[in-house]
Design a protein around this ligand. Structure first.
Ligand code: ADP
Length: 486
């Protein structure tokens, strides 16, 4: 079950619409991926509830947009302070429903809260322009205004951060929002709603709809179809992103899409190998490999290959797997059986095609949804793991000899989210960074995410950027005023 919370009211089993807690005729269970235990049942809402939530957000919009940025910033700041004050409870709820180790969950709470703090500040810095007019008797002014009612659909791998990274900039800009969190992790979302209510957001500014996987499709369709909703932000898989983009075409919605990745991690011969191994371990095994910026492919120069793979395998074997609440555990369970199935498939395919297993390679002794931290060496381009997103704790390592060859291999994918490389040659650092077709490049580091850097991908990894000074632009329209008779 759920460990005892300091503030029991953070465990909510109702959804939050128009400032009120609502139920539904039917509910669905939220389970703990570590042991399958049922944690809670939450409302299984549908199309009508989605329409009501959109109407509530629409009704709340004019007054919220009319508040000063400083007023909105104050409420966002209060929400941030509450998240920090309740960080331990939020982390406990997250570990219970998502599985990540509690220290990592706490890290996500802080990371998630940082977006609320950041956009509370950024709200006050939205400004337009006064371009030099080309007419002597006319003046030109550029205003920025909130786009209107927004919708967001978020995944289970970061149950808090993926919500705040969308909701905070939207409401900072003066928009109102309807959010549909992942069916696996609604409790974190509802705890955020409870804290938002305490922070003092007016009714209808933030609305959270819970739905199971079937009903999520129905709710998603209503959010996409609605002409009232002017912006949809989605984080999830590329196939679902394509569906949502298509569904948003009739209403020409603005879109923010954070989709799949297939991050390459290149280790050049001049790299600090121990640092590269350390970066590789965090980039690969964090959240049990279930992040869209996790490395999927390691390319290691021939001259340092043997030592790198040996050290990586040694590091992988040291990772303690178990229930995220247990002391010293740094890798929890995968989210569900389907996730385990994909990992098994990628490993079996690679081994059948000649890859060498240097660590792990099978279900963990704990059984269930626990999988061993795995290292596969001598991987080749024809293996599934080199093309499809694995979303699990499997490192696939291959050898290269020239810079040109490895850049071509790294870019040979439909994805373009995160990439990483290790080198101490300053010329190479610039060259390679400029040539990688990715939205983000980690250089001599395996961790790149924070609230200040623009997060997002190119190619089929998505549209737009989240966080950073650019993140609020997604939720602002530009209006041009041309004033004659001056
Ligand atoms: P993941 O593989 O991370 O579960 P998905 O893209 O399947 O990624 O899911 C991410 C989010 O998208 C979840 O909130 C899920 O409920 C939602 N979702 C999945 N399919 C659809 C759909 N057809 N329409 C709307 N939302 C969907």
């Amino acid at each position: 079950g759920i460990p005892k919370l300091n503030d029991a009211a953070l465990l909510r089993n109702q959804a939050y619409v128009n400032g009120a807690w609502i139920g539904a005729e039917s509910t669905f269970d939220v389970t703990n991926p570590a042991d399958g235990a049922t944690l809670a049942s939450v409302p299984n809402l549908g199309a009508d509830d989605a329409r009501r939530a959109i109407d509530a957000a629409n009704a709340a919009f004019p007054a919220w947009a009319a508040k000063t940025a400083k007023e909105r910033a104050g409420i966002l700041r209060a929400w941030f302070d509450l998240m920090i004050a309740h960080a331990d409870d939020l982390a406990a709820l997250m570990t219970a429903e998502q599985g990540k180790p509690v220290a990592e969950a706490k890290g996500e709470v802080m990371y998630g809260a940082s977006f609320v703090e950041w956009f509370a500040e950024e709200a006050k810095r939205v400004s337009g322009d006064v371009p030099a007019s080309t007419w002597a008797d006319k003046r030109m002014v550029v205003l920025k205004q909130p786009v209107g009612v927004c919708a967001a659909i978020t995944p289970w791998n970061f149950p808090i951060a993926m919500i705040t990274r969308k909701v905070a900039p939207a409401i900072a800009a003066g928009c109102t929002i309807v959010l549909k969190p992942a069916e696996q992790t609604p409790l974190s979302a509802l705890a955020l709603a409870e804290l938002a209510q305490r922070a003092g957001f007016p009714a209808g500014v933030i609305n959270i709809l819970t739905a199971d996987s079937q009903r999520s499709i129905e709710v998603g369709r209503v959010l996409c179809d609605s002409p009232i909703v002017r912006h949809l932000s989605f984080t999830g898989s590329t196939p679902v992103g394509r569906i949502l983009m298509q569904q948003c075409a009739p209403t020409i919605k603005k879109l923010g899409l954070e989709l799949g990745g297939h991050a390459p991690f290149i280790v050049f011969e001049d790299a600090d190998i121990d640092a590269a191994v350390e970066g590789a371990l965090v980039s690969k095994y964090r959240n049990a490999g279930q992040t869209c910026v996790c490395t999927n492919r390691f390319y290691v120069h021939d001259a340092v290959y043997d030592s790198f793979v040996a050290k990586l395998a040694e590091g992988a074997k040291k990772i303690k797997v178990g229930n995220g609440f247990e002391q010293g555990v740094s890798q929890g369970p995968l989210i569900d059986d389907q996730a385990i199935g994909k990992v098994k498939d990628h490993v079996a395919d690679a081994v059948a095609k000649g890859a060498k297993l240097l660590a792990g390679g099978k279900l963990h002794a704990l059984g269930g949804q626990f999988y061993e931290p795995t290292v596969l060496a001598d991987v080749t381009g024809d293996m599934k793991i080199m093309q499809e997103e694995t979303f699990g704790p499997v490192a696939a390592v291959t050898r290269f000899t020239t810079e040109e060859e490895v850049i071509a291999a790294a870019n040979d994918t439909e994805f373009g989210l995160a990439s990483y490389f290790y080198s101490r040659d300053i010329g190479r650092v610039w060259r390679v960074a400029e040539k990688l077709d990715y939205g983000m490049v980690g250089i001599n580091t395996g961790i790149i995410s924070n609230e200040v850097g623009p997060f997002g991908g190119v190619k089929q990894s998505g549209l737009g950027r989240e966080g950073s000074k650019y993140g609020i632009d997604e939720y602002l329209e530009i209006k041009y005023l041309c004033m004659g008779g001056v």
